[in-house]
Design a protein around this ligand. Structure first.
Ligand code: ARG
Ligand code: ZN
Length: 866
């Protein structure tokens, strides 16, 4: 499989020579030493050339090995670092292995690991091989019988994939549980959980009449905080029935919260395992954003049951086939349940700030990479978010009904199979009768396309012309790019803000054209004046749009454009132009922005959640994506100055709005109350800039009845470095002592404090009892917040912020390589840093050479420096 340099290539794919239709796996669970007995039914695939059996296996202590019940002599197999090779197996047989593994020593949190007295598994992508010898690849899809044996007092709850099919008592206080997973399931979706948990549960009748028991499990003390997650599971199940016709296929659906978990969550068949932060919520501990995050991740993992599990992946190059598609599905879930416009704005904000940066940096890669050295490094914003954007474009190109027909065909044709991107596109091509071969380039070509549009109006003939050119910049390994197939939506407005119905020649009367060539020209006739054009409504194509709007035009667009996303985007564009001093009439532009925001604040007809989105200026990462060379100081300073100015100019209305929203903000978890709290906390943040005493923030902190308001006020106090901030921090910490998830919140506030003092505070945290490097959430709260969300301190001009992060990485790498590699990724844009910072990063990265043990960090470091 892998080449001499350890790399794995899509073009080298071969189907497995052996098939494994069934697996029986038995666990004698114990935190220090678990024994696993696995019986693999092996059959040579007649369609493949015969090959020796090579099973994956890492850190397994082999205790016994039998073929069809007969002990295999040591000379008949080769045991290596990466697995087990049996050269002379005759034909179909049952291979039994018994191994010992050590969950309590497993700090990587891959395979079977111990956490707070319980046992969990994480197998995606290649964790199963740390549990048992197996063909650990997604195109091997057995039916599973799972037996769990464990001490009853310590592990009263024993969960696995599929349906429970019995259990009972054993001698010595032990007990057993049997599970059967009837669906062909690759090993990366295998899961086991054992521990002392409680749950909330409900019964639901699925669309096909099946009774399904839904349950959300957590440590007993946390069970009351599982209610919201359970409701989210029910909403997800119903939504997938309605919107995609997908019905749940087991008798139980279990979700378990784990405090120690590397990623967000994992879609194991019938047994989703979640980072506790995406399960646990109540009014005392969760913000509105937490609630929405929980619902969307619950949805995401649930939707994988079809997009990922029933139809799985042929190989890991196809990762976006499940992740991009499932992100698209969870985005639509949230959009259908809440505000579609706000959801789109937030998704695009993330895409621009983080995915565009990835696509323009040292780690850029296509949505389907042609090769990898460490697959864990490809769980990226490109695979997930850009992958979702590609699916969204398909949806836009084909339309709701045809897209749904394509999805139905994809699911029907690939059910129980390991599929490829080609299978996905073929289903949509067939359902729509369209040629998607050029569209497929989106999966192969890295980099964010730039759409440059110029217009011309000829008053004599009443003709308006748009010249459209597309270009994708070079990325590592891809110097030359080809034109992409994408939808381009547009609208023209007249002076009075009325939508012009004039269709261009060749667009079939539609307000959408398809770009396929490097250049296009659209011509509109019969116009009595130059119109105002608007493009890419709903951000239907994930591109950077270059059109020379004047500040006045952007102000008009922000008022007259029908598409709410584009109204927001016009203001973002205006703000970006002001921040980067791109308009000749700078003062006029700034006034225009300020007036537009003022008008929004005054307008009671506007959705407060939408107004809030408009008040949030482009962040540092987004601005950095709009410039060639990143001048950290001037970007940060420009933002601060503009925010101060807006606060000063609108102090009256901000205060008025703040107070007027008080009642609405006191509501529950409905959209109106959440929107009110969002806007109110943004008003507070601006107002606190004007008031060193931060009296309003102090008062909100003391009287807060929700975590959203308490944390919102605390953030203001910290950012303003207000007098009362220490006391408030202490009060907050004391109130939530012992709650790790809430502790992560205040730690993140400390680490994000936007001044040089943050470094000393982060160092103090690293030396305190709060520093638990084995807990990924805590590592992210301390170092992730610092490196990814505190540009002021991380990019300290002397390189001390870079050094702070780098010092921690080798140690973290030895504990949990995936967590360390994520943090190392914070350097992805270093080559575009202006001034001495670029050199400081280079020195820092050079200093890390040879200091990583894992393939994760080695691969990433090589790509960063490459
Ligand atoms: N499939 C999971 C999800 O997106 C994420 C698993 C991440 N695994 C990893 N090794 N990075 O829902
Ligand atoms: Zn996923």
């Amino acid at each position: 499989m892998s080449r001499d340099d350890g790399s794995i290539h899509l073009s080298d794919y071969r189907p497995p020579a052996w098939r494994i239709p069934r697996v029986e796996i038995e666990f004698d669970l114990d935190a220090d030493a678990t024994e696993v007995t696995t019986r693999l039914r092996l059959e040579p695939d007649p369609a493949q050339p015969p090959a020796p059996l090579e099973l994956d296996g890492e850190d397994l202590e082999l205790l016994a090995i039998r073929v069809d019940g007969v002990e295999l002599p040591p000379e008949s197999y080769v045991l290596g670092e990466r697995g087990l090779r049996i050269p002379d197996l005759d034909g179909a047989c049952t291979l039994e292995t018994r191994v010992r593994i050590r969950p309590s020593a497993n700090t990587r949190l891959e395979g079977l690991y111990a956490s707070r007295g319980a046992l969990f598994t994480q197998c995606e992508a290649e964790g199963f091989r740390r549990i048992a010898f197996m063909l650990d690849r997604p195109d091997v899809m057995p039916v599973w019988d799972i037996v769990l044996r464990a001490d009853r007092a310590r592990y009263p709850v024993l969960l696995a994939n599929g349906n429970p099919v019995g259990g009972g008592e054993l001698p010595d206080g032990r007990h057993l549980a049997r599970w059967h997973n009837p669906h062909a399931t690759p090993p990366y979706l295998f899961a086991v959980v054992a521990g002392d948990f409680g749950c909330v549960q409900s019964e639901i009748v699925a669309a096909d009449g099946r009774n399904v028991r839904l349950a959300v499990w957590a440590a007993h003390a946390d069970v009351p905080r599982c209610r919201y997650a359970l409701g989210a599971v029910e909403r997800a199940l119903r939504w997938d029935e309605r919107r995609f016709g997908r019905v749940y296929d087991l008798d139980v659906f279990n979700v378990v919260a784990a405090q120690d978990f590397t990623m967000g969550a994992m879609e194991n068949k019938g047994l989703n395992i979640f980072n506790a932060r995406y399960v646990l919520a109540d009014e005392e501990t969760a913000t509105d954003a937490d609630y929405l995050g929980i619902e969307s991740v619950i949805g995401h993992e649930y939707f994988h049951n079809w997009s990922g599990n029933r139809v799985t992946l042929r190989d890991w190059f196809q990762l976006s086939l499940k992740e991009g598609l499932t992100v698209f599905r969870d985005q639509e879930f949230t959009a259908d349940l809440h505000s579609r416009a706000v959801k789109r704005i937030e998704d695009v904000r993330l895409l621009r700030a983080r995915q565009f940066a990835e696509d323009a940096g040292s780690l850029a890669h296509p949505v389907r990479p042609p090769s990898y050295r460490e697959i864990n490094n490809f769980y990226t914003l490109t695979i997930y978010e850009k992958g979702a954007e590609i699916v969204r474009m398909l949806y836009t190109l084909l339309g709701e009904a045809t897209f749904r027909a394509g999805m139905d065909l994809y699911f029907a044709r690939n059910d129980g199979r390991a599929a490829t991107v080609e299978d996905f596109l073929a289903a949509h091509a067939e359902a729509s009768g369209r040629d998607l071969s050029q569209f497929a380039r989106w999966y192969a070509q890295a980099g964010t396309p730039e759409i440059r549009i110029r217009d011309d109006y000829d008053a004599a003939t009443g003709t308006y012309t748009l010249e459209i050119a597309q270009r994708t910049p070079p990325t590592p390994g891809q110097p030359d790019k080809h034109p992409l197939h994408m939808p381009l939506r547009f609208a023209l407005y007249d002076e009075a803000g009325r939508r012009l119905r004039t269709a261009p020649r060749g667009a079939g009367g539609a307000d959408q054209v398809e770009l396929v060539a490097t250049r296009h020209r659209l011509r509109f006739h019969g116009l009595s004046a130059r119109p105002l054009p608007a493009f890419n409504q709903g951000f239907a194509a994930p591109v950077k749009l270059d059109f020379p709007y004047s500040p006045a035009q952007l102000g008009r667009l922000a008022r007259c454009e029908r598409d709410p996303f584009n109204r927001w985007d016009a203001l973002q564009r205006l703000a970006t132009g002001v921040l980067l001093e791109r308009f000749e009439a700078h003062v006029e532009a700034q006034d225009g922005l300020s007036a537009a925001l003022g008008a929004l604040l005054d307008d009671p007809a506007q959705d407060p959640a939408f107004v809030a989105e408009c008040l949030v200026l482009p962040d540092f990462d987004t601005l950095a994506e709009s410039v060639q060379a990143i001048d950290v100081d001037s970007l940060l300073a420009a933002r601060e100055t503009l925010l101060d100015q807006l606060a000063f100019e609108h102090a009256e209305r901000l205060r008025a709005r703040y107070h007027a929203l008080a009642d609405a903000a006191a509501g529950g978890l409905d959209g109106a109350a959440m929107g009110a709290r969002r806007l109110r906390n943004l008003c507070l943040a601006l107002l606190t800039r004007l008031d060193r005493e931060a009296a309003l923030a102090q008062a909100q902190f003391e009287g807060a009845r929700s975590m959203t308001d308490r944390l919102g006020a605390l953030r203001c106090l910290v950012e303003a470095d207000a007098q009362g901030r220490h006391a408030a921090m202490e009060a907050f910490a004391a109130r939530h002592a012992g709650d790790d998830l809430v502790t992560d919140k205040w730690i993140a506030l400390v680490a994000m404090r936007p001044d040089a003092g943050a470094q000393a505070e982060v160092r103090a945290l690293l030396g305190s009892s709060h520093w638990t490097p084995t807990n990924p959430n805590r590592v992210r709260a301390v170092l992730g917040s610092f490196a990814r969300a505190n540009p002021t301190a991380f990019h300290a001009a002397d390189g001390s912020g870079y050094a702070l992060l780098a010092e921690q990485l080798p140690g973290l790498d030895a504990i949990n390589p995936q967590v360390a590699a994520r943090l190392l990724g914070a350097f992805e844009s270093w080559r575009r840093l202006a001034g001495p910072r670029r050199e400081r990063v280079r020195e820092t990265l050079d200093g890390l050479q040879g200091r990583f043990a894992s393939s994760d960090c080695r691969d990433l470091l090589a790509r960063l420096l490459g």
